[in-house]
Design a binder for this molecule. Structure first.
Ligand SMILES: [Zn+2]
Length: 503
């Protein structure tokens, strides 16, 4: 067990946790956002990040400090926390990004790790090789070998109390990502960044981001804190947390502000195209888009960066509250409506329902059915699996709620409830069968319910199942097995009673 990371709550594959950072003597609550601070250009002062935005941890680049004529000696002398005047934990990157951008850097992995330890970094990073998406197999394998050698050497490095991260590469070759994760997890390194996904995010390939993260998670134990490197856009946070990412860094708040771009949880807007601010942060309540446009460049950039940070931290608070109340997938579902590519990301996540099922809590407050994707949530599959384990009488009547049916000859009467299917009376008021559904249901909910009936029939072939439905669409009825007798709303005669009365 890794003792630096403790999980305190789960929803889907998302976790609430605590990352212990021994060198800083702090415990950081996760999921956490690490604002990226450029030591030369502090758009928002680190002290303010802690005091006004609640940042417990930030990330800065040790390679920039190492190569800086004016800051290198100063940071060695004063230490990183004093130089940046930041009271929280500080993670440092190593120059891998510069390596990917410019093709070479002038330090070795050991040199930069030693420098990070010397300046007082709390979480250091070796120099890995960030392999871009879609490269050929040979290159992905070769670069991964180099990354793995460097992780093995980093493991031998005397880091003192500094935690050391173990980046996971492998491009878009999913089996390599899993292998890389397994190897990294096998070292005694502490934090696991999933690297080189920025090009995927920039291209709006959010489904590929989910696949890459899922592949990495397959190779990691549950006690591994996972960092999604470079994921700084608030529209992505809920989805990435639901995939099991715990740490995020944002350079986006400052980089986007420099270009006059305004972040929202639904995407990016340009300041020039806004008439109103759809936000209640201090910047947006004290300014209008027009007044902000008239500010001097530096001031406008700072204010936009502050808005971008407020939006980002607010989304993290929302995500944490959603995990606590079992509503994370509903938040992701809402975010998925903002862009077709986000919907692809959400659907890709739901394709891993089995994996989500393993960590998703069995009981929550309420299941809200809000779109056709809801049928793919782990709760629905879990109910279908459970049907096989329930004891079932010889003759079972399954009836849509509120529909009169002739109960004569039935040993038991169960509800027929989309998207779950057959629900015995004992479960009808428990999670998730007590779901809130729209009265105008889509066809997917009926089809999933029919699949539930089919699962029950297959698990209990000896049982005679009769279904009375309230006008189900043909596409769902066609999914019922032949052996299930089905009827639409039976008219009751004198011997029949409404289902409600019979229960
Ligand atoms: Zn705002």
């Amino acid at each position: 067990m890794r003792d630096v990371f403790e999980i305190r709550g789960q929803d889907a594959a998302g976790r609430l946790g605590t990352l212990s950072v021994p060198r800083a003597g702090l415990a950081v609550e996760t999921p956490a956002l690490l604002p990226v601070v450029n030591p030369h250009l502090q758009t928002v002062a680190p002290r303010r990040l802690a005091d006004e935005f609640g940042a417990e941890i930030l990330i800065t680049n040790s390679y920039i400090l190492h190569g800086s004529d004016d800051l290198r000696e100063e940071v060695i002398e004063r230490g990183l926390h004093d130089l940046l005047e930041f009271p929280g934990a500080i993670m440092t990157d190593s120059g891998s990004f510069q390596l990917a951008e410019y093709g070479e850097i002038d330090v070795t992995s050991e040199e930069i790790l030693a420098f990070q330890r010397e300046i007082g970094s709390d979480i250091g990073t070796p120099v890995d090789i960030p392999t871009a998406p879609d490269v050929d197999r040979e290159r992905a394998e070769e670069e991964l070998r180099t990354t793995q050698e460097r992780l093995e050497r980093a493991e031998c490095f005397d880091a003192g109390e500094m935690l050391v991260s173990a980046p996971i590469q492998g491009s878009t070759q999913l089996d390599l990502r899993t292998e890389a994760a397994r190897h990294a997890y096998g070292t005694d390194l502490d934090v696991f960044p999933v690297g080189a996904v920025v090009p995927l995010m920039n291209a709006y390939r959010f489904d590929d981001v989910v696949e890459v993260v899922a592949a990495a998670k397959r190779g990691l134990g549950a006690d591994a804190p996972v960092h999604l490197f470079g994921a700084g856009h608030p529209m992505l946070f809920a989805l990435a947390v639901a995939c099991g990412c715990d740490l995020f860094d944002s350079a986006a708040y400052a980089l986007y502000a420099r270009d006059g771009r305004y972040l929202t949880v639904r995407g990016t807007r340009h300041l020039d195209e806004l008439d109103e601010f759809p936000c209640a942060c201090p910047v947006c309540t004290e300014h209008t888009p027009r007044s902000l446009r008239s500010e001097l460049n530096r001031e406008r950039e700072r204010l936009l960066a502050e808005h971008n940070l407020h939006v980002s931290f607010a989304e993290f608070r929302r995500i944490k509250a959603a995990i606590r109340s079992g509503k994370l997938l509903e938040l992701v579902e809402t975010r998925a409506r903002a862009h077709p590519a986000m919907l692809d990301g959400y659907r890709a996540l739901l394709e891993h329902a089995e994996w989500l099922e393993a960590s998703d809590p069995a009981s929550k407050d309420a299941f809200f059915y809000v779109s056709g994707e809801s049928v793919l949530r782990p709760e629905v599959g879990r109910h279908h699996d459970r049907l096989a384990r329930l004891s079932v009488p010889d003759r079972l009547l399954v009836v849509s709620e509120g529909v009169p049916a002739n109960t004569e000859g039935a040993d038991e009467v169960w509800s027929l409830r989309p998207p779950f299917g057959p629900v015995p009376p004992a479960l009808s008021e428990t999670y998730p069968c007590n779901a809130e559904l729209p009265s105008r249901l889509d066809v997917y909910a009926y089809e999933a319910a029919a699949d539930g009936v089919a699962a029950l029939a297959m698990a209990h072939p000896e049982t005679e199942i009769r279904v009375v439905h309230d006008g189900w669409p043909a596409s769902s009825l066609s999914r019922l097995p032949e052996c299930v007798e089905r009827r639409e709303e039976e008219s009751t005669d004198s011997s029949a009673t409404a289902v409600e009365e019979s229960q």
